[in-house]
Design a protein around this ligand. Structure first.
Ligand SMILES: Nc1nc2c(ncn2[C@@H]2O[C@H](COP(=O)(O)OP(=O)(O)OP(=O)(O)O)[C@@H](O)[C@H]2O)c(=O)[nH]1
Ligand SMILES: [Mg+2]
Length: 708
């Protein structure tokens, strides 16, 4: 395998709404660039990037697939194009967010019929968060009713005036056969046999006028950001191609211009033009010049700006982990600085351990190919690291740095899963942790009350995929129970409570007394413990015991078994005994004080409220709004997008568990929505009572917890 230096690399995130044809486009680009000997298709389940068996079975992308191809770049020099084929379904969009960290530019795919959809806006926001230059691809141009103009209009309406075409489609629907390159002002006409190869010709006469107008618009926008080019433009009324290319490259990198291309991935039309666009106009990883990290983990300590260059100390960021039951852990990393050699010994700064990178690879979908070294900016994989997980930074021991991991929303829906047999129960812990390594947006826990296994993710489908993986890879069978709402408890008032634990058994006794004040804290405040003990009423070493007791009791809940949050407990007095006091005695005292405090402090139930965005044709607006209100929701606003409308609002999760089905039947499947955790709010009184009663009934029959 050849190695490439930073300026020869393009790391392209392929992003967009579900089913806009990302995986198919990646297949076409790879095939056109000479990878593989035929055009693979998602419908046939044989693409390079959707290689996971769940992806093949469901025909959607679940994890980001990585592949690469070589294509000539500036001056005819070979470039390595790393393609990150990301998921587009809302349920799996956290994977997109966490892998986009590795990209330095992104192609946002837009359906030529539907225009901008809910995930289009989401991935745009991710690109903004990571500061990634981007371009749009109006894809599916071969489809019936495809309209470049309409899709472009919807993109412009949402993303503003920096959006400008660099390609115009030649023909549409069945007669879509190529694109006009508005930079070189040539037509690229594609083979009808899906080879992806194009003949370069003069612009067809019937498009000459439109192409000229679009070219002028592009030239003007490029010149606008650059005084020298502006002068040249005014003098000559146009720009020479070389200057236009240079200016456009700069404008894209500075995010002043967001170009628009046209394609049909399935018919393999537009692929050569797109590959050349990527290598000629998209930035290399060096386009960012530096990456920011911190001296200490978690963004703490001094900020460090590290140059993305081969001459710098080695540092890697691990953005993804795959757990293979046979070959073990595969870590996907980006070389942030320096040159990584095969067999390098590096420090994992996040976990403070040493790792040896035996066998570094470049990835072609599922296959890893060994490589001797990878330069700053490139993306690779390595097998069998001991302690390294997604989000970790590795590097030269002498030059510690920590790169920030992706910030993912907390998983919104919790399901109880039940092992089918004793053997399944024994294996569930270890196998699920492997699955969790691959997907940091999942959470696994055990309900302290009911002892149920709880799995939280972003939707039913997310959990189903985990269940299928458990079955196929690890032969663990579980059943999924209906989703649970992660309620919380809190207090609305203050309390002043005493916890007294006194027991005399035989010679040695147990003694501890504590007095605490409890008060509510703002939402999201969690739990705070304050030590206000003066004069040694409780010895120092027992103060953490009280805190531990309160914390444990709060975790178990008071009203209905849900964790108590957003309150402060201040320990201000107590009593002890020289002989009989112990850590355990004060833990119990803490727990008793907490219980008494809860009784006084007006306990209340909290429920998660979700941010909901629905995209639909405008005729459904009334139905969607009415339905949301009937779910105790509030509509905060609506926006129009051509013939579509976005309804934004908030609704309690408890009312939204089956929303996907309702929305599909309400709109004949023409709407999409996204849902994300917003905040916790009080459950209305009557409903709260029902939940509390239900929890009580569920707990009956459970073994009674011992007092110690
Ligand atoms: N007619 C036509 N169909 C296409 C085109 N691109 C993709 N498709 C079809 O659209 C469906 C989805 O294609 P994918 O490539 O899997 O879409 P995706 O964006 O990767 O989907 P997710 O990864 O699940 O978000 C498949 O049935 C494709 O055959 C295209 O350019 N034209
Ligand atoms: Mg896909």
């Amino acid at each position: 395998m050849a190695t490439y230096t930073g300026e020869q690399i393009r790391n392209v995130g392929i992003v967009g709404h579900g089913d806009t044809g990302k995986t198919q486009l990646v297949s076409s680009l790879l095939f056109t660039a000479g990878v593989g000997n035929r055009l693979t298709k998602t419908t046939e389940g044989n693409t390079i990037t959707d290689w996971d068996e769940e992806e093949v079975a469901r025909k959607i992308t679940i994890k980001t697939g990585l592949a690469h191809a070589e294509w000539p770049g500036p001056g005819g020099k070979p470039c390595k194009v790393n393609l990150l084929d990301t998921p587009g379904y809302s349920t799996f969009i956290n994977e997109t967010k966490s892998s986009l960290i590795a990209a330095d530019c992104a192609l946002i795919l837009v359906d030529a019929v539907a225009g901008v959809q809910v995930v289009t806006e989401k991935v745009w926001d991710y690109c903004t968060e990571y500061d990634i230059p981007r371009a749009f691809v109006i894809n599916w141009m071969d489809r019936e009713l495809a309209s470049f103009e309409r899709a472009l209009e919807s993109v412009k309406e949402v993303f503003g005036r920096s959006v400008v075409p660099v390609h115009l489609p030649i023909g549409a629907e069945k007669s879509f056969r190529g694109v006009v390159d508005l930079v070189a002002m040539k037509a690229h006409l594609y083979d009808p046999d899906s080879s992806g190869k194009a003949k370069i010709e003069e612009i067809p006469a019937d498009m000459a006028e439109a192409a000229k107008k679009a070219h002028e618009e592009l030239v003007e926008m490029v010149a606008e950001g650059d005084d020298k080019l502006m002068e040249e433009f005014f003098e000559m009324g146009t720009l020479p191609v070389e200057d236009l290319v240079k200016g456009l490259r700069l404008a894209i990198n500075e995010k002043r211009i967001v170009p628009v291309l046209a394609a049909s991935g399935l018919r393999n039309i537009g692929s050569e033009s797109m590959l050349s666009f990527i290598t000629e106009l998209f930035p290399s990883p060096l386009g960012r010049k530096t990456v920011s990290g911190s001296k200490e983990p978690g963004g703490k300590g001094d900020k460090i700006e590290r140059k993305i260059a081969d001459g710098e100390p080695v540092s890697l960021f691990v953005w993804k982990t795959m757990a293979d039951p046979f070959s073990g852990r595969v870590s996907y990393f980006k070389v942030m600085s320096g040159v990584v050699k095969n067999d390098a010994a590096l420090t994992n700064f996040t976990r403070n351990t040493q790792e040896r990178l035996q066998h570094i690879h470049v990835q072609q979908g599922k296959e890893g190919k060994e490589i001797a070294e990878l330069h700053a900016g490139d993306i690779g994989t390595v097998n069998k690291l001991k302690d390294t997980l997604s989000g970790d930074t590795l590097g030269d021991k002498a030059a510690e740095i920590h790169y920030p991991p992706a910030r993912l929303p907390i998983p919104s829906i919790t399901f109880a899963i039940e092992p089918k047999s004793r053997a399944d129960e024994d294996k569930i812990g270890t196998s699920i942790h492997r699955v969790l390594e691959e997907d940091p947006s999942l959470q696994f826990s055990r309900d302290p009350q009911t002892k149920e296994f709880l799995l939280a993710g972003s939707g039913q489908q997310h959990i189903e995929v985990v269940v299928a993986k458990l079955h196929k890879r690890y032969h663990v069978d579980v059943t999924v129970k209906p989703p649970k709402v992660p309620y919380r408890e809190t207090i609305r008032g203050n309390a002043d409570a005493e916890g007294k634990h006194k027991k005399q058994t035989g010679g040695h006794g147990q003694f501890g007394v504590c007095r605490i004040k409890m008060e509510p804290m703002p939402r999201g405040g969690g739990f705070e413990f304050v030590n206000d003990v003066f004069g040694g009423a409780i010895p120092k070493n027992f103060i953490p015991s009280v805190e531990k007791g309160i914390r444990a009791a709060a975790e178990r809940g008071y009203l209905a078994g849900f964790p108590v949050v957003d309150f402060r407990a201040s320990l201000y007095d107590g009593k002890y005994h020289d002989v009989d006091s112990s850590d355990m005695a004060f833990q119990i005292a803490g727990r008793l004080a907490f219980k008494e405090g809860m009784a006084q402090a007006k306990p209340a139930l909290l429920e998660p409220i979700m941010l909901v965005e629905v995209y639909a044709p405008d005729q459904y607006m009334g139905d969607i709004m009415g339905d949301l209100s009937s779910r105790r929701g509030h509509v905060s606003g609506t926006e129009t997008r051509g013939h579509n409308v976005i309804v934004k609002g908030k609704a309690p999760l408890a009312e939204m568990l089956s929303y996907a089905n309702t929305l599909t039947s309400m709109t004949q499947g023409r709407a999409s929505y996204s849902m994300e955790f917003s905040h916790y709010d009080f459950v209305p009184g009557e409903l709260a009572q029902k939940i509390i009663e239900k929890a009580k009934a569920a707990r009956e029959g459970q073994p009674v917890e011992e007092e110690v």
